[in-house]
Design a protein around this ligand. Structure first.
Ligand code: PLP
Length: 461
């Protein structure tokens, strides 16, 4: 099934029409007058207009083509305007746009089946949400009700969403303004080999020390009080730092030992991003709950959810679950999920992400690191990579302080845009997170652009 994408095709063939540019200008004016943007000081914020998108590319308000190396907020795992998914949404809209969550709907049932078949172990029941933050909120609620305990452990240098509880479990500075309702939430130090909190000199040592620290935290907080431990399998926004070997298995062991529900947040890392359906698959770890969103339908229609193990499902077999959402399992979102997962499967995108990471992105970034003294660390897997920029490789002084931006980083980002690449940048990091089906040559184009843009960063070393 395909949908004609005349605009995108026209653009790809030779440029944007003047009327599109004009519509973009009008949109910009209205945006400035009426749209209140997330996470921004509204005054100085100068948003980029996007007038069209196709595959791994977007076109800005001037009609310039940019490689979307950000996958937006790391969600367009299958790229923009995938014809099969667009057609599925249109078809579902023609059949049934919306239905309350208490009714059965074929798109929802089919999406739940496809998700349950891909989650590990016995996580065979799916509670749908509208995105990642509410998935985490509900996972924590389920864990508290299941255990009868209240405390939640979560890692520093993490991101779990912008709603109240999700931002409180988040371990980055965005939670500071919201800390007033953080009751019962305790943060621990994650395993982070590049900037080890445990003075480790090897990955193995980092694993051992980070796990010892975690067990101390559990003991000191009182295992009988701790409902859940929430952890990004591969932390994303906080720096795409995959756990060292043995760490996730150790977390699984500790949580099982103390009867704590292990919630794996796969909102960013899930649905193929790391070259596996779920990032935890790389280490054969089965948590009790998995939260997902973003890649489940590439963000074409808002959707998230919680995949639930049999034991936690049993808690609610004869006891009402006190929570729900008007749009839980929305048909348009679920139809998009069915089409997305099907396209990922039939077009081999998960394996392709793995290959891109192994053969092109990883080797390419390592080469770049050799050439540029401003690169402190490159790390990642699949289509999920971070380049950490520093002023000094020995001291690891970052190009922007933790929690902020810097004129130097802004210059690097501007240089990348000038090279035709839209990056995902956070603090002192550039994230290389293209769609999983980005053609090899376009990935190489993105890496070459990054290579040139990093000359700007080298000046500050
Ligand atoms: N969890 C993780 C790991 C995320 O990366 C994000 C968003 O970036 C969220 C949760 C929140 O998801 P949403 O913005 O859909 O609420």
């Amino acid at each position: 099934a395909g949908t004609e994408r005349t605009d995108s095709q026209r653009i790809a063939a030779g440029g944007i029409d003047a009327d599109r540019i004009e519509a973009g200008r009008r949109a910009y004016e209205l945006d400035r007058a009426h749209v209140f943007h997330s996470w921004q000081a509204q005054g100085p914020f100068d948003p980029m207009t996007i007038v069209d998108a196709a595959g791994p590319y977007v076109w800005d308000g001037e009609g310039r083509k940019l490689l979307d190396m950000s996958s937006q907020l790391v969600n367009t795992n299958i790229g923009h305007q995938h014809p099969g998914v667009v057609a599925a949404i249109q078809e579902q809209a023609g059949k049934l746009c919306t239905i309350a969550p208490q009714h059965v709907n074929d798109a929802r049932s089919e999406a739940a089946r496809l998700i349950a078949e891909r989650t590990p172990g016995d996580l065979d029941h799916v509670f749908f949400t509208n995105g990642g933050a509410d998935a985490n909120e509900h996972a924590i609620r389920m864990a508290r009700l299941h255990t009868g305990r209240t405390k939640v452990l979560s890692a520093y240098r993490s991101y779990h969403g912008g709603t109240q509880l999700a931002v409180n479990v988040t371990g980055d500075p965005r939670r500071f303004a919201n800390d007033y309702s953080a009751e019962g939430i305790v943060h621990f130090m994650p395993a982070y080999p590049y900037r080890s909190y445990f003075n480790s000199t090897s990955e193995d040592e980092e694993t051992q020390r980070a796990l010892a620290h975690l067990e101390d935290m559990i003991t000191l907080e009182g295992p009988g009080n701790i409902a859940a431990l929430i952890l990004e399998t591969v932390p994303g926004t906080a720096g795409i730092y995959a756990p060292p070997a043995g760490y996730l298995a150790g977390v699984r062991e500790l949580t099982a030992k103390y009867g704590i529900v292990f919630i794996a947040d796969e909102v960013m890392a899930g649905f193929g991003r790391t070259g596996a359906w779920f990032a935890g698959d790389h280490w054969d770890v089965t948590p009790d709950l998995i939260t997902f969103a973003k890649g489940v339908n590439s963000g074409y229609v808002p959707l998230g959810g919680v995949a639930i193990s049999e034991a936690i499902f049993e808690t609610f077999r004869d006891r009402a679950y006190p929570g729900g959402l008007t749009y839980s399992g929305h048909p348009l979102a679920c139809a998009a999920a069915v089409a997305t997962i099907t396209a990922m499967e039939t077009e081999g995108m998960v394996a392709n992400a793995d290959r891109l990471g192994e053969d092109i992105i990883g080797p390419g970034l390592r080469e770049i690191a050799e050439r540029h003294p401003s690169v402190g660390d490159v790390r990642g897997m699949g289509c999920f990579w971070a380049v950490e920029l520093v002023k000094n490789r020995t001291t690891k002084e970052p190009l922007a302080a933790y929690g902020g931006s810097s004129p130097e980083m802004n210059e690097v980002i501007a240089a990348l845009k000038a090279e035709g690449v839209l990056p995902f940048a956070n603090f002192n990091r550039i994230h290389v997170v293209p769609p999983l089906n980005t053609p090899d040559d376009d990935v190489r184009f993105g890496l070459a652009a990054l290579d040139r843009a990093l000359e700007v960063a080298d000046r500050y070393v």
